[in-house]
Design a binder for this molecule. Structure first.
Ligand SMILES: [Zn+2]
Length: 75
């Protein structure tokens, strides 16, 4: 009888530990998704009109956005 009680306690502790780890993982995944989905302004390339995220734009001297260095060079 003593061992049965010990066995039940061990099972309950393991279940609580597993549940706690699962909830921590979902919080981390949610934080990761929020980081990925942060909005970023888009700019149309002055030469071809393709929309490019601001962080990937190539800017010329007049601060006009381009999709690539080739289009920035061609103007
Ligand atoms: Zn372009």
């Amino acid at each position: 009888m003593k061992y049965l009680l010990l066995f039940v306690v061990v099972i309950v502790v393991l279940m609580l530990h597993k549940k706690n780890r699962a909830s921590q993982q979902s919080v981390q995944e949610r934080a990761k998704t929020q980081r990925l989905s942060a909005p970023e302004p888009m700019h149309a390339c002055t030469r071809c009109g393709v929309n490019v995220p601001a962080s990937r734009c190539v800017w010329d001297a007049q601060q006009r956005p381009y999709c690539c260095a080739e289009h920035a060079r061609q103007g």
